[in-house]
Structure formats: structure tokens, C-alpha cells
Design a protein around this ligand. Structure first.
Ligand code: COA
Length: 245
């Protein structure tokens, strides 16, 4: 069974990251499935919104660290790269429900979401520099835009975890909910979006998100740097240290 599942309900495609033994870490097959289910949903007239969540008590622990050691060619066909640009090119709204850790891409992908809900167990972290890497998913542009350069530098350079209350006060999430209401609330907000006039919703989303070419260029620059960092001895040492804990 794939570690990514989807289910369509009331115009919403609910996509679940389900790899609990590795804290929902994303491997290449999972990126490929995420991309596939998003692209399918984009062309399905019955789907008007996406809802992304993690199975159990974790959103995602981010990129599978073991994969960092294996795949340094970050060309356009790399599954992670395809997923990132699919996120950027989405035309239908994306909602996220975050419980537990949301590490690395688990946090940066939220910058591409339209609505984000979390509970008190949510823990965000951008540990790229700690791993001797650089930010991805346009975070080096989108995060300063959202929280200001000073705060973005703190989050991206120190890479320390922060909780849902901090995420709420900096505008990374829309609302903080009790754990037993998180999914039902995220779902009811997604259904509301799915019921809006679709063309107006998509046009408004495009206007709100602004110039995607600028973001695309920054994502490309990040990936070029990321590929170089992946090969570095300092990065390999960090990956091996994590994997041999
Ligand atoms: N890639 C690969 N494996 C991962 C992983 C990741 N990103 N995150 C967790 N795992 C694995 C652990 O190696 C462990 O595997 P094992 O049982 O075979 O030893 C298992 O998942 C459970 O992880 P553990 O660290 O024991 O869980 P935890 O609840 O104590 O902590 C996290 C959860 C997410 C805080 C912690 O696992 C973590 O920091 N993960 C790394 C995150 C990271 O650096 N991601 C890359 C960002 S760019």
C-alpha cells in the first residue's frame, strides 16, 4: 500500500501522508504520489479544493534523510522538484491540517497553502542549516515576505522548533484548534472553499499569491544551492549522524 492516500469528499480531495514508522518522512515514491494526486485533482471538475494532513500524531518529519544521501541530482524530473513546482503551479486552493511535527518541507510547503490549521501538538521547524543545507520551496523568499526578514532569519538560520501559538502569531497558520476539532474544522473550511464559484476562487487565489515567476526563479536558485550542499562533507556528516543515532 502506498504511503500517500487520497479520498474525495464533497468536492475536496483529502490527501493523507501515512508512514507512521518514519514519522511520515517523505521519500521519492511519496513525492511522486503527492504530485500525481494533485495533478489529477487539478484536472477533475468534481474537485475544487485539496486538504493535506498527516496520519496519526505527525504531519511530516520532512524529507527522508536517507534519501538525501542517495539523490543529489535535483533536475526537473526529480520527484521532490516536480512536487515543489506542482505546489507552485496549483490553481485550486490547498488547505493543511497540522498535528505534531511539521519539519523541513513540512513547514515550507505550508507557505504554498491557502489556509492552515493546527492543534497544540503542532511543532514546526526549519532545520536546513543544521543539516548543512539551504531552504527550499521558495521559503527564502516567501518566509521573509510573511514574517519579515529578521524573524525569517531567526527561523531559517537557527532552525529551532516553534509551537503553534508562535506560528499563529506570525501568520503561518490561520487558527489553532483543540485536537479533537482540528480535522473537522479543516474539512468544513475546505468544503466551504470547494463550494465557491470555482473560476472566481482560482482567479482570486492567483491575485493573492502574486508573481509566481519571481517565486519560481527563487526556487530554482535554492535548488541549485541545495544540490551543491547535498554533496558537501558537512551535510553528509549531519545525515549520517541523524541516521546512526
Ligand atoms: N527521515 C528519515 N527517517 C526519519 C525522519 C526523516 N526525516 N524523521 C524520523 N525518522 C525515523 C527515525 O529515524 C526513526 O526511525 P527508526 O525507528 O527506524 O530508528 C523513526 O522515524 C522515529 O523517529 P524518532 O526521531 O524516534 O521520533 P520522535 O517522535 O522522537 O521525533 C521528529 C520526531 C520528527 C522530531 C524527529 O524524528 C526528527 O527531528 N526527524 C528529522 C527531521 C529532519 O531533519 N527532517 C529533514 C528536514 S530538511
Amino acid at each position: 500500500m502506498s504511503n500517500i492516500q487520497f479520498q474525495d469528499e464533497q468536492g475536496v480531495r483529502i490527501i493523507t501522508i501515512n508512514r507512521p514508522d518514519k514519522r511520515n518522512a517523505l521519500n521519492l515514491e511519496m513525492y511522486a504520489r503527492l504530485t500525481e494526486y494533485l495533478i489529477q485533482g487539478e484536472s477533475d471538475n468534481g474537485i475544487n479544493a485539496f486538504l493535506l494532513k498527516g496520519e496519526g500524531d505527525c504531519f511530516t518529519s520532512g524529507n527522508d534523510v536517507a534519501d538525501f544521501l542517495k539523490n543529489s541530482d535535483l533536475g526537473q524530473n526529480h520527484p521532490t522538484v516536480r512536487f515543489l513546482f506542482t505546489l507552485l503551479d496549483l490553481t485550486k486552493p490547498l488547505v493543511a491540517a497540522v498535528a505534531g511535527p511539521a519539519v523541513g518541507i513540512g513547514t515550507t510547503l505550508l507557505l504554498h497553502c491557502d489556509l492552515v490549521y493546527a492543534d497544540n501538538t503542532a511543532k514546526f521547524q526549519l532545520p536546513f542549516v543544521n543539516l548543512a543545507l539551504v531552504p527550499e520551496a521558495g521559503a527564502s523568499l516567501l518566509l521573509p515576505r510573511l514574517v519579515g526578514q529578521t524573524k525569517a532569519s531567526e527561523l531559517l538560520l537557527l532552525g529551532e522548533p516553534f509551537d503553534a501559538q508562535s506560528a499563529l502569531s506570525m501568520g503561518l497558520i490561520n487558527d489553532l484548534l483543540p485536537s479533537d476539532e482540528l480535522m473537522s474544522h479543516a474539512m468544513s473550511q475546505s468544503i466551504k472553499l470547494a463550494k465557491k464559484p470555482p473560476q472566481a476562487l482560482r482567479a482570486s487565489r492567483r491575485l493573492i499569491r502574486g508573481d509566481s515567476e519571481l517565486i519560481r526563479e527563487q526556487m530554482q536558485k535554492e535548488l541549485e544551492e541545495f544540490a551543491v550542499r547535498l554533496q558537501s562533507d558537512e551535510a553528509k556528516a549531519q545525515f549520517n549522524a541523524f541516521l546512526s543515532r
